[in-house]
Design a protein around this ligand. Structure first.
Ligand SMILES: [Zn+2]
Length: 140
């Protein structure tokens, strides 16, 4: 199933004279986003199962310690996936409201190429670059 979804996600080729973010393009990106969401959902299900499977109590304290750090890692991954799913939901909502594909900061078109690579991008490449420079300065 995820494999099929990926195969569908071939870059969209707009027809001559087709406007930016036409209904077909929106459909294309919605499919990609829904596909990623399905995959993430399956990952989370798998994590839950793994954790249940591993809920055996090890007699050796060393085993127990590594089991605990495995679980902490799993939980962090799950947290990251949940955030990503939230982000995807927000992005799909933007498709619904017609805001998808435009930079949140300056309002210009993010561009098909960038969206193919990062379907959840909310900033154009210029604003994103600026953002990253600012983040680095804050981190210093
Ligand atoms: Zn921008």
């Amino acid at each position: 199933m995820p494999q099929e979804l990926r195969k569908q996600a071939i870059p969209y080729k707009p027809k001559k004279g087709e406007g930016y973010m036409s209904s077909k393009q929106l459909m294309h990106f919605r499919n990609i986003l829904e596909g990623i969401k399905v995959e993430l959902g399956q990952d989370i299900d798998r994590t839950v199962h793994t954790m249940q499977d591993e809920a055996t109590i090890f007699a050796d304290p060393n085993d127990r310690a590594s089991q605990e750090s495995d679980m902490a890692l799993e939980l962090r991954n799950r947290d990251r996936e949940r955030k990503l799913i939230k982000k995807i939901d927000e992005t799909i909502a933007k498709i619904d409201t017609g805001d998808y594909g435009y930079c949140e900061s300056c309002g210009i078109e993010i561009g098909l190429k960038r969206l193919e690579a990062r379907p959840t991008a909310t900033l154009c490449i210029d604003c994103k670059t600026l953002d990253e420079i600012r983040e680095k300065q804050v981190a210093k």
